[in-house]
Design a protein around this ligand. Structure first.
Ligand SMILES: Cc1cc2nc3c(=O)[nH]c(=O)nc-3n(C[C@H](O)[C@H](O)[C@H](O)COP(=O)(O)O)c2cc1C
Length: 287
């Protein structure tokens, strides 16, 4: 199991010591053109998590390739996963084609940002275009808000994805005391604690629907959370919102995971892989 950061939740150039605690670093989503993102305020705390409407602010593909990626490679000595976004299948594929195989370990296709208008093509069309453009492993990052996420998961698997990243944020809104939206964008992506049960359900369902390895994320805060994600079918786990309040989370979570494994009676985290599926498999056998 690899412990990663969730895209957009850690700036490794300003906090390299946090990134070095991970097994691989995932970049913020890169789009072909630079983006300033949405108007502030773009972040709001809620009772059970956080809303963000960053709007994919990023330096754009050219600057990412000429400045950010070489700097990340030089300071991290970690596998780097690049999160790719765009507004058409061609845009996604062009960025994938431009990523150097020797500096990039994997590509995560952000097919699910709630803060920007989605590409008109389907997730499967985007994955197919990217598959034709690169040999690098492709992880499709899906929205938990899809009507039937397992259908999307099967479609991206058929289109050539090597893995799934589950889940992105889910759209939400929060009001201030005067009943006005606290985000200038009105809505934002809801992340943190409240997302965990939703993420577990999506991972569980997609594990049953496909053979793809899954990077699980959504409200992971503790070692016990990591164990639950693995039990539902995650091969790897990513830390997101928790990194904003606790930069030491990777180290802490690893140490808590050791305790959680002991308490659950497992020697290695891999031994708990899909443990939550056992009662369902038993029911299937009886049917
Ligand atoms: C401030 C912020 C920025 C984010 N930016 C991105 C992004 O650029 N690309 C992406 O795929 N996901 C982005 N996400 C979503 C996270 O990668 C992750 O899927 C989500 O927050 C759920 O995990 P968490 O509850 O542990 O934060 C962002 C999340 C937050 C909170």
């Amino acid at each position: 199991m690899l412990l990663l950061n969730a895209s957009g939740c850690l700036d490794a150039l300003t906090a390299p010591d946090v990134a070095r605690q991970l097994d691989a670093f995932v970049t913020k989503t890169v789009t072909p053109e630079p983006r300033g993102g949405n108007q502030p305020p773009r972040i709001a705390e809620t009772d059970f998590g956080m809303l963000n409407a960053i709007g994919l602010a990023n330096p754009g593909r050219e600057r990412f390739l000429s400045r950010n990626l070489p700097e990340l490679t030089a300071i991290l000595e970690l596998p780097i996963w690049v999160s790719v976004g765009g507004f058409s299948a061609v845009e996604y594929a062009e960025t994938c084609a431009a990523l150097p195989d020797d500096a990039v370990a994997a590509i995560e296709l952000n097919l699910s940002c709630p803060n920007v208008d989605a590409a008109p093509e389907s997730a499967a069309e985007i994955v197919a275009a990217c598959r034709a453009a690169t040999q690098l492993p492709l992880f499709a990052k899906l929205s938990p808000a899809a009507w039937d996420v397992t259908e999307v998961a099967r479609a991206v698997e058929a289109a050539g994805a090597d893995g799934l990243s589950l889940v992105n944020t889910i759209r939400g809104a929060v009001l201030d005391a005067d009943l006005r939206p606290r985000l200038a964008n009105v809505t934002g992506g809801y992340s943190g604690t409240a997302l965990k049960p939703i993420a577990l359900a999506v991972i569980f369902a997609c594990k049953r629907a496909t053979d793809l390895p899954i990077v699980g994320m959504g409200g992971v805060q503790s070692g016990r959370d990591v164990l639950e994600f693995v039990a539902c079918g995650a091969t790897h786990v990513a830390l997101g919102t928790t990194l904003f309040s606790d930069p030491d989370a990777p180290r802490r979570v690893r140490s808590e995971l050791r305790t959680a494994l002991d308490e659950a009676g497992f020697e290695r985290v891999e031994d708990a892989f899909c443990a939550a599926h056992e009662p369902v498999a038993a029911m299937d056998n009886h049917a």
